[in-house]
Design a protein around this ligand. Structure first.
Ligand SMILES: [Zn+2]
Length: 44
């Protein structure tokens, strides 16, 4: 299954595309999946 990549930096995330978004951390509705680093950078 294809991995999701961070929409900001392009780093691979732990999630595959079949993981529902409500079961993910660092997913921003309307933007997409972020990695931990970018999520912390944006949201503190
Ligand atoms: Zn990132």
């Amino acid at each position: 299954m294809e991995k999701e990549y961070c929409v900001k930096c392009g780093k691979e995330t732990p999630y595959t595309k079949d993981v529902p978004i409500d079961q993910r951390d660092c997913y921003i509705e309307g933007a997409g999946q972020l990695c931990d680093d970018c999520f912390i950078e944006i949201y503190g």
